[in-house]
Design a binder for this molecule. Structure first.
Ligand code: SME
Length: 150
């Protein structure tokens, strides 16, 4: 996967519109389209210390996730990327789609803390490697440079 190309695409989208709703909607579409073997790609937004479902591509998903719960809540609570090669082996994993086998969640920081998380799910075990992690963190850094939440 050419993540540099994806970063350029995100930068172009951010040039067109910085407000988080259209920017994260198009970013989730770009990710879902560009990356093979995904069954969900999108964002959860931080509100009152918990996560609420934001723009995404894929099946209907759970709406509220508390900090520390599941893969997304762990990424929020610990402010770090969480890469899970086998979701069945992750304690507390929240199964929105039973087809999901592996997952990666990357925190997006704004205004001095985590403002959202990027969540990608795959039906393949061990879909995301260290290179994917670095590339997706670059994508999130590109979003952080432009995104506006107000
Ligand atoms: N599996 C996630 C929940 C979100 S869905 O995958 C879209 C988790 O454990 O946090």
């Amino acid at each position: 996967m050419d993540y540099a190309q994806l970063v350029r695409q995100i930068e172009a989208l951010a040039e067109a519109e910085r407000w988080y709703v259209p920017l994260l909607a198009n970013a989730s579409a770009a990710l879902y389209d560009a990356l093979p073997d995904l069954n969900w790609a999108g964002f959860y937004l931080v509100r009152d210390g918990a996560l609420v479902l934001g723009p995404f591509q894929g099946k209907v998903a759970c709406i509220h996730i508390r900090a520390g719960r599941g893969v997304c809540g762990t990424a929020l609570a610990e402010d770090r990327t969480v890469r899970v090669p086998d979701v069945h082996a992750f304690p507390g994993h929240i199964a929105c789609d039973s087809a999901s086998r592996s997952e990666i969640v990357v925190p997006l920081r704004a205004g001095g803390g985590v403002a959202a998380v990027l969540d990608l799910d795959s039906p393949l075990p061990d879909r995301f490697d260290a290179r994917d992690q670095a590339g997706l963190e670059d994508v999130v850094r590109a979003l952080e440079r432009s995104i506006r939440f107000d």
